[in-house]
Design a binder for this molecule. Sequence first.
Ligand SMILES: Nc1nc2c(ncn2[C@@H]2O[C@H](COP(=O)(O)OP(=O)(O)O)[C@@H](O)[C@H]2O)c(=O)[nH]1
Ligand SMILES: [Mg+2]
Length: 233
Amino acid sequence: MKICVVIPAFNEEIHIKTVVEKIKLNPDISAVYVVDDGSSDQTSKTAEEAGATVLSHKVNMGVGSALRDGFVRAKKDGMEVIVVMGGDDQDDPAQISRLIEPIIKDGFDLVQGSRWIEGGKVENIPLFRRITTQLYAIYLRIFTGFYFTDGTNGFRAFRTSILDNINLDQTWLNTYELEPYLLFKAIALKMKVTEAPVTKIYHIKEGYTKMIPLLDWWRIAKPVLYLKLRIKK
Ligand SMILES: Nc1nc2c(ncn2[C@@H]2O[C@H](COP(=O)(O)OP(=O)(O)O)[C@@H](O)[C@H]2O)c(=O)[nH]1
Ligand SMILES: [Mg+2]
C-alpha cells in the first residue's frame, strides 16, 4: 500500500527537520507532505531540506485548511493511507507502524492514536492538558457512541478512500474543527475505527501549542455538537 504522512506546520522551524528525518527512516512511507501555513520562519525551507514535499499557503489559513490541502494532494498522488502527525515533535515517528498495521492487517479504516489507553504514554504533560484531553474523550464518547479514550491527539491514520464519503471541503472546518469532524463522520458512517497506543511528549520550554484558549477549544467542541444537532452536515 502507498502510505504517506501529512504534517500541518505553522512556524515549526525548530522541530520540523527532526520530525521529517525521523519519518524518512521508515521504508514503508512513500511521501511526507508538510503543509506550511504561512509561517514567518524557515519552516518550508527546513522541511524541504529534510526531504519533505512542501505545500505552502501564503497566509495562515488554519490547521484544518492545511490538512485538507495535504489530503487532496496525497489522494492525487495515489496514496492509499494517510498518517497525520504534528510538526512540533510531540509524536514519535517510530510509532507510525502502530497506526498503520490495523489498517493493513485488520481492515480498519481509521486508527486514532491514544495516549490514554494501555501502552500509551505521556511525557511532561501539564495537569491542565491531562484533564482537558480526557474530558474531551468523554465528550466525544457521548456524542459519537464510540469508546474514544483520546480525540484531541492529532496522531492518527486512515484509509484515503474514506474521504470519498466525507466532505471536508467546507470553510467552517478551516481551523481546529476539521479533525473532530472527521472522527464524528467516520463513526456516523459506520466505518471501522479503532485506537492504538502512542506516546505524546510535551516540550514545555519551547511551547507545545498554538491554540488560543477558549476560542480554539470551542472550535474543537463545535463540530461534534453541530453534527449531532444537525446544524451542519
Ligand atoms: N498548517 C497549520 N498548522 C498549524 C496551525 N496551528 C498549529 N499548527 C500545527 O499543528 C500541529 C499541532 O499544533 P499545536 O498548536 O501544537 O496543537 P496541540 O499540540 O494539539 O496543542 C503543529 O505541527 C503545528 O505547527 C495553523 O494555523 N496552520
Ligand atoms: Mg503541539
